[in-house]
Write a protein that binds this ligand. Sequence first.
Ligand code: EPZ
Length: 407
Amino acid sequence: MGEVKINGAKNAAVAILPATLLIDGVCTIENLPHISDVMISCEILEKLGAKITWNNKNSVTIDTRNIHTTKAPIDLTSKFRASYYIIGSMLGRKKEIEVGMPGGCQLGARPIDQHVKGFEMLGAEVTVGNGTIFATADKLVGNSIYMDIVSVGATINIMLAATLAEGTTTIDNAAKEPHIVDVANFLNTMGADIRGAGTDVIKINGVKKLKGNATYSVVPDQIEAGTFMLAAVATRGDLLIKNCITKHLDSITAKIIEVGGIVEDYGDSLRVCCKKRPTKANIKTLPHPGFPTDLQPQMGVVLSLANGTSIINESIWESRFQYTQELNKMGAKITAQGKTAIFEGVEKLSGAPVYSTDLRAGAALIIAGAAAEGTTEIYNLEHIDRGYENIEERFRNIGAQIERVKE
Ligand code: EPZ
């Protein structure tokens, strides 16, 4: 049986790092994944005036007492999606911020109207244009905000902006992902007063100041754990996945059992094993606690190898089936149209040159390559490095024959 240890959650880390801007003091963050999105987040903080000291590759001490500019470097903020958290944090701390339009994976339209609506309801003026977002406020005052769409990013961003606002903010129809709870726990550890994170109503009682002077450890990555769980199923392996919160993985566990895999739950670790060909299953991606869109491509690899025909309905992103064309190059039989894909299961995949089109597509191709006969060459690794630390070594340690040929 192979063993793998799960790292801190990327999507929590990229929100907690900008959240340190709300602190007028020093804090330490541990269990940070060593990935490029985290490195860029730290670079942006430094450019704004934060002092960053690395204690080791997964722990950083951040001193945010001397934030001296409200212009975030456009070249860096445009590199990834989560740079939009600088807006909520800096509105809270300095009442003004200019950032580049956020970049990130090309998954179809990625509007930010719910973020803007939230900031405006707290009293900010927001101008979007010429590739930048400019937000300013005389003061921020708590309000009742109903989210028209369940959005992870907007929920966190409003929470950030409301932390130091006057009075109470209520976010209704909030997202409930584990990283929302983690950001709220981080802010509360630093002195905020946030209640209800993880339910669909979050209440933020504004406080005058976050004093920091504390250490916080990032929650284990639910998506990374799910990626390894699905790798075990696709390769018909046996894997012990350590350092995860198994409750966060209920929707994936349920689908693995449905396709014929075995999952043993030990609370903070899971054993996943699958000795026979998986059977078909239908999936619809949904906000937490539904099946996560960020594991849809990895599940797609399992279903491409399943006995029978499966259907995936992607309800969050418009174009998250680009990976299916790459799997078809490896012998899969997938027809994708709009937000639906039909997987006619095949008995085996065969190695081929394939292109990673986004982060989770890249993870799916690694799983497909490990399960396939022959050699698979995966290009565009920069997408994968944005979200998985040391991916090839960790797959090698659990039995995959994988090497990085070129940086
Ligand atoms: C977060 O993106 C994650 N990124 C994504 O992970 C993840 O796929 C997504 O949540 C859904 O779980 C980070 O946390 C950095 P959303 P986010 O706002 O916050 C629509 C990965 O692979 N929407 O919850 O940008 C939007 O178009 C990445 O790790 C609006 O219409 O997603 C989408 O259909 C990829 N208006 C839906 O809501 C808005 O203002 C959910 O988006 C905001 C969103």
